[in-house]
Design a protein around this ligand. Sequence first.
Ligand code: BDR
Ligand code: CA
Length: 313
Amino acid sequence: MTLKHIILDTDPGVDDALAFLLAFGSPELTVEAVTTVAGNVSQEKGHRNAKQLLEFLERTDVPVCKGAVRPLMRELRHAEGVHGETGLGGAILPEPEMKSDDRSAVQMIHQKADELGKELILVAVGPLTNVAAAVVGDPELPSKLNGLVIMGGAYNLTPYGHGNVSAVAEFNVWHDPDAAKIVFNSGIPMVCAGLDTTTHPDYRMGVEMFKEIEALDTRRSRLVVDLCRSIVERLKGFNLHDPMAVAYLVDPTMFKTQRCRVDVETRGELTRGMTVVERRHHRVVEEEVNAEVIVEVDAERFHRLIMDRVARG
Ligand code: BDR
Ligand code: CA
């Protein structure tokens, strides 16, 4: 098994927290650093949440770096209505004691890319502000990296590929569309877990699965339950957005992807943050393909992975 070296760029966030549990519970991955970005909650809250999660996982050896406090050009808008006031739903974790790394998120990405080069994969499960800043700061970065896996976008490639924050836009891309545009056009090989599959009813955590997790009644499963309960009750299930991006790296054979040319709408009156897929097949030439979008998931294997690695650990 080849070990995959990742940096987890995140805005924790309840489903981000599940992505932590999966990433740190997977022997296929080694997390080189965690970098935080403003999104679901402020940079400050999300950073604190990241430290709390690392302490919960007893992984304070992993550097945690502060990143962007706001989108490149837009006003700050959080999603505390979904993720709760702290960002971690109903989970209550002790005040963190670990120190933040002195390096910024961008410095850490640059440094690890220089150290690890083609070994390094970025996993971005929040707005793409840090990744865009890293690209702008080092134009060679795209060719240094092995690739980038994101949770972001709504590609209209399945019946569920419509927006969540607006009719057409997914939250992470909508939050910082200018950053997303830079990243999609950067040349970094990208795989995208978007709403097309993360909101598909067959791939969600349903109420039954939630009850199964609740019945485990361990320290770890209780955290998952506290993170997810209010969303499960409100939406009769939980969309496994961010864990799906991590799961792709753990076992890509569970997923079908479609190679696409994707661009990001930054100016539209109704379409800010829309991920626009070129559908005119005669127009897409191989050199223009810039993303592989997940379009199908082996639901049984995905759910088993979530139970084994997120809930049981
Ligand atoms: C994405 O937005 C955030 O609210 C979630 O953490 C996820 O990364 C889903 O649109
Ligand atoms: Ca997120």
